[in-house]
Unconditional design. Structure first.
Length: 319
């Protein structure tokens, strides 16, 4: 588990517990250790209103804008500091029932601050809070997009048991709208997520299963549930916490964000799914039997796009 990520989540939980137990005084706060040392500092503590608060302090020469915005349950505001050389930005939890959202948001904002430049950290934190404001207003993500990402994250987690995190991140090209979801040096993987009762799987193009190199079609069967399910948010956190380095965490988050998935994994509205099975088929022609796929050299140049479905029962020989 990465120490930086673990420190953030654990410190938030510790301070929240101490506030609930009334063992933390007004204005008392705990320092979040950052490695390497930066010119700014993060603290988690108890506000004068006995609420949970995260505080960013930066040199005032880098930023000194007055600011106040809030969602229904979280406020972000600049604060006066006795030391005129410091600028303080506070994030305060107004509704204790939304501790999970606050924890997710602050972990995200603090991690983003670590990969930015010190002189823009306050500006970037405010912009990140604005992103969260918009996301909380927008509601839940499209369920089809959500299921697709869930399957890709299940496979990402599985691949981490065989390869180092940098290798898996570099191989994950699905978010780049490529024809394959994962491409390694000597094999590729295409991921499909379907419901438990589905009898077939949709292939979206001629190129999706077409390649001279060895490939695998991994089919994740899931069932939506109200309890004991897995969410994209939970998988995202588990994967992030098992990265080999902070630079790999940033690379993973970059890939998630650049292709529009950050609003899915961090959204407080999460759909729960139970993973029923992961069935993997080797996409290769057997003696006397070809894998049931359409390939690009079969196509007519006048045909712009092709979609087709494979019957799952017909794939048994390629397990």
């Amino acid at each position: 588990m990465n120490d930086t990520v673990d420190n953030i989540s654990q410190l938030i939980k510790t301070v929240a517990f101490r506030i609930s137990e009334k063992s933390l005084s007004h204005g008392e706060r705990m320092y979040l250790s950052l490695r390497p040392i930066r010119s700014f500092a993060w603290y988690i503590g108890c506000s004068n209103s006995s609420t949970l608060v995260a505080i960013l302090e930066v040199p005032s020469v880098s930023y000194n804008r007055c600011y106040r915005r809030q969602t229904k349950s979280i406020a972000c505001y600049s604060d006066t500091v006795n030391n005129p050389s410091l600028y303080r930005l506070s994030f305060e939890l107004l509704e204790k029932d939304d501790l999970q959202i606050f924890s997710l948001m602050m972990e995200d904002i603090i991690l983003e601050s670590l990969r930015g430049r010190d002189e823009t950290v306050a500006k970037n934190a405010i912009e990140r809070f604005s992103m969260w404001q918009n996301m909380l207003k927008a509601g839940g993500a499209d369920k089809g997009k959500y299921k697709g990402l869930l399957g890709e994250l299940f496979i990402f987690q599985l691949l981490l048991t065989r390869f180092d995190s940098k290798t898996v991140i570099d191989s994950w090209i699905g978010p780049e709208a490529k024809e394959k979801d994962y491409c390694f040096s000597n094999f590729w993987v295409e991921v499909k997520t379907i419901s438990e009762t589905a009898l077939d799987v949709k292939i979206s193009s001629l190129q999706q299963l077409d390649s001279p190199s060895l490939g695998y079609l991994s089919i994740c069967k899931v069932q939506e549930t109200d309890s004991q399910g897995v969410t994209c948010s939970r998988l995202f956190e588990e994967i992030q916490n098992n990265m080999d380095s902070l630079s790999d965490i940033f690379a993973f988050r970059n890939k998630i964000e650049e292709f529009g998935f950050m609003s899915v994994v961090l959204n407080p509205i999460q759909y729960k799914f139970k993973l029923i099975s992961i069935d993997t088929y080797k996409v290769i022609d057997l003696p006397g039997k070809k894998f049931p796929r359409l390939i690009s050299n079969m196509g007519n140049p006048a045909i712009k796009s092709v979609e087709y479905k494979l019957t799952l029962a017909a794939l048994e020989d390629w397990r």
